[in-house]
Design a protein around this ligand. Structure first.
Ligand code: SF4
Length: 318
């Protein structure tokens, strides 16, 4: 069979970040130490394939702690972080909990707490309803943090005291959109304080940079990731804003729209921080079945970051 030729531009870095890798390890290590079941509050990371694989090994996923029975088995909090009342409730119920919150999310929690201690009003740039935003806002009493989602919100925001203001952000936002909102806030409130290098994490930044390098060279970009994964959805936007005619979020190879790829010669491929490499490989294989693929890897950064497991698991290992 004659196969049309394509060049597949593979973004690097892509896929799993250190925080996701650690969160999955926490569940696997907990299963090894305590046996099944272990309870996990919320999807440990936003990827169905990962969640289903852990379910098969004995993890039980719940949305809230009241779904967890009285048990000696551990409860794990997801990589996105949790509001303060969640560990407090777990303690009140004598539940053993393990916190898989990404250390880079915990860093934002600490910033929020510090700003509050210093009496500052806090603006959080992020997306309403995302568990990370709920976790960060939940570090402080209701009303302490104002959420800003758009440049319009940044223009409309009225602080109680413009001279005593701080901003923080969700870790998985669009780098460019966030810079725009910070700029608006700084113009309006020159005394506003915030993180020196921002709160968007290295993984989100690096994946967006790789997509920016590939987007102008391709007519289509496939982004492997889940619809509820913030950083995956941002990769779709970044691709389309930087020269790629159309970017599509796919959970797996089965979701590829083959009609849409007909007659296309250059395709980009990346994956959100919660998407495992095995799903990228599946997409490459599916493309190879239909096309004669020339693979070009576009590397814009090298990553060697790893995070230690939570102390409880480390201590037991020692
Ligand atoms: Fe941590 Fe960033 Fe990965 Fe989120 S995307 S888990 S903040 S490293």
């Amino acid at each position: 069979m004659h196969k049309p030729k394509i060049t597949l531009h593979l973004c690097a870095p892509r896929g799993f970040c250190a925080g996701v890798d650690r969160a999955i390890q926490v569940v696997e290590e907990a299963l090894r130490r305590y046996g099944a079941p272990v309870y996990v509050r919320h999807e440990i990371v936003h990827n169905r394939f990962v969640v289903d694989t852990l379910k098969e090994k004995g993890a039980i996923f719940v949305e809230e702690l009241d779904e967890v029975p009285a048990t000696d088995q551990p409860v794990i909090f997801s990589a996105h972080g949790v509001p303060k009342h969640v560990p407090e409730t777990a303690e009140g119920r004598n539940l053993l909990y393990l916190d898989a919150t990404c250390p880079l999310v915990s860093k934002v929690h600490k910033e929020a707490i510090l700003h509050e201690r210093r009496g500052r009003e806090i603006v959080l740039i992020g997306h309403a309803g995302h568990p990370e935003v709920e976790g960060t806002m939940g570090q402080l009493p209701a009303g302490a943090i104002t959420l800003i989602e758009t440049p319009e919100d940044a223009r409309a925001f009225t602080p109680r005291d413009a001279g005593n203001l701080a901003w923080i952000s969700q870790t998985t936002l669009s780098v460019d959109d966030t810079a725009e909102m910070v700029e608006i806030l700084k113009e309006r409130f020159p005394q506003i304080t915030g993180p020196q290098k921002g709160d968007i994490c290295y993984a989100t930044t690096n994946r967006q940079e790789a997509v920016k390098a590939v987007a102008p060279k391709v007519e289509r970009m496939l982004v492997v990731g889940a619809p509820n994964s913030s950083n995956s959805r941002r990769l779709v936007e970044v691709a389309e804003r930087n020269g790629c005619a159309k970017a599509t979020l796919i959970r797996r190879a089965a979701e590829i729209d083959w009609d849409d790829l007909a007659g296309i010669s250059d395709i980009g491929l990346t994956a959100g921080a919660s998407a495992p490499e095995v799903l990228v490989e599946e997409v490459v294989e599916a493309l190879r079945e239909r096309f004669e693929v020339k693979l070009e890897v576009v590397t814009t950064a090298e990553e060697d970051i790893t995070f230690l497991l939570p102390r409880t698991l480390r201590e037991q290992a020692a």
